[in-house]
Design a protein around this ligand. Structure first.
Ligand code: HEM
Length: 401
């Protein structure tokens, strides 16, 4: 059970006792007023119902170990305010720049979550961190077909802001960036709009830019057993400060929309292995029907073709590997070289063992997924996302012990 849900339940229980009616109203009022607690056992923004907007930023550390530790404490305090819809406090008067940049001032919390992550490059000698790198935080291998732009990937630190208002998400990232001045420099920033995975009960599965429903066969973030099995780092891992954390793999995947849209409907559906309208697998009639990968048609051909995306990505093809997908659509204008749309999927996935999960899956997809003709991976990053911070503690606090 995610901590934000946990605290809602706790508040509901307390409200039953007539104790905090006001707090509940504030946390689950009208749509824009939804609030997720920042503190808790796990960071929010992983199993939290997916919001509609993303602002994700990565940074490189230029300061010292002490600067880094102080920055994480500063970021934690600021994040706890932002998720409550509060700006940065204080102003030194009219002759100084205001502490908070101000654009979110009249906006509600809008379901904001802030999730912090640490990249492999942070664990270096110079910062005294080389012995603290978790074994699971691997350097991702290169995959066939990758066209990675170094300016769109990597990073020592990462913050993922998700909210139902794009200005709220952007404001959080922008102000965290300002708080890092002198300690970190920005490396990349990706905005996204349009979640690509379902999350809440009864919520309709959203569609990605292919026009297909995306997220149908995702792990259920409300199922604590599957989150413990696939997503959260189990207690007593090789780096105890990561217990209860998770690993994020981010891939900026451009979709060649013009080529895709020129495919016949039948060819599109064969590429995915599902119907475009209903989201049903080609072997079924309803979205919720489980795909039957071994069923053959009257002439002996597989109904879900050999190269179909859902076959290549299926657990049965990948030694049981599964992920929590939590991606967003991005549209970044035109590619100046070709005039084509630079748009696609900011593929975000959470797992407790990237080598066994993402790498296994992507190795299969890169070689046998029919969809790979229509997509190009242009950015790549991996981050260790520590557990949630207890009240009074900073994110990744155990890292510096
Ligand atoms: C632009 C790139 C991609 C697009 C447009 C895309 C789209 C889709 C669609 C439409 C589905 C079917 C509905 C569903 O179950 O969610 C799907 C399923 C899935 N995708 Fe992707 N996907 C992309 C990249 C990836 C990548 C990079 C991975 C993992 C490395 C991945 C893993 C999966 C998995 C695990 C499933 C469920 C398979 C199953 O039925 O068991 N996808 N994707």
């Amino acid at each position: 059970v995610s901590e934000d849900r946990g605290s809602l339940t706790r508040r509901q229980a307390l409200r039953g006792l007539g104790l905090v009616a006001g707090a509940l109203a504030a946390s689950a009022g009208p749509a824009g007023a939804v609030r997720h607690a920042f503190h808790g056992a796990h960071q929010s923004g992983v199993t939290t119902p997916v919001q509609s907007h993303l602002a994700m930023a990565a940074f490189d550390v230029v300061g010292s170990r002490g600067d880094l530790e102080a920055l994480l404490a500063r970021w934690t305090r600021a994040a706890a305010r932002f998720v409550e819809g509060e700006p940065l406090p204080g102003s030194a008067g009219p002759t100084y720049p205001p502490a908070d940049t101000g654009e979110a001032r009249d906006l509600p919390a809008a379901g904001l979550t802030l999730t912090f992550g640490l990249g492999p490059s942070l664990f270096r000698e110079e910062l005294g961190l080389s012995a603290r790198r978790p074994r699971a935080l691997i350097d991702l291998p290169s995959f066939p077909g990758d066209r990675l732009d170094p300016a769109r990937g990597g990073g020592d630190l990462m913050v993922q802001a998700c909210a139902d208002d794009p200005v709220v998400a952007f404001h959080a990232v922008r102000n965290l960036t300002r708080l890092g001045e002198g300690v970190v420099v920005s490396r990349w920033l990706q905005l996204g709009a349009g979640r690509t995975s379902s999350s809440e009960p009864g919520q309709r599965t959203p569609r990605n830019l292919l026009g297909f429903k995306d997220g149908t066969a995702n792990l259920d973030p409300r199922d604590p057993r599957s989150m413990a099995r696939y997503v959260w780092v189990a207690p007593r891992s090789d780096q105890r400060w990561m217990d209860g954390g998770t690993y994020l793999v981010a891939r900026r995947i451009r979709i060649h929309l013009e080529a895709w849209a020129a495919l016949s409907l039948g060819a599109q559906e064969a590429t995915i292995g599902r119907r475009r309208d209903s989201g049903a697998p080609l072997t079924g009639t309803r979205e919720s029907d489980p795909p039957r990968l071994d069923v053959r048609g009257p002439y002996g051909a597989l109904v879900i073709p050999e190269g179909a995306h859902i076959r290549a990505a299926s657990p049965s093809r990948n030694a049981g590997a599964r992920l929590l997908r939590r991606g967003f659509t991005f549209t970044d204008g035109l590619d100046p070289r070709t005039g084509e749309l630079d748009a696609g999927l900011m593929f975000l996935c959470f797992q407790n063992d990237p080598a066994r999960q993402f790498v296994t899956l992507q190795s299969t997809l890169a070689t046998s997924d029919a969809l790979s003709t229509y997509v190009t991976h242009t950015g790549s990053a991996i981050f260790a996302c520590p557990p949630g911070a207890a009240r009074g503690d900073a994110i990744a606090t155990g890292l510096f012990d």
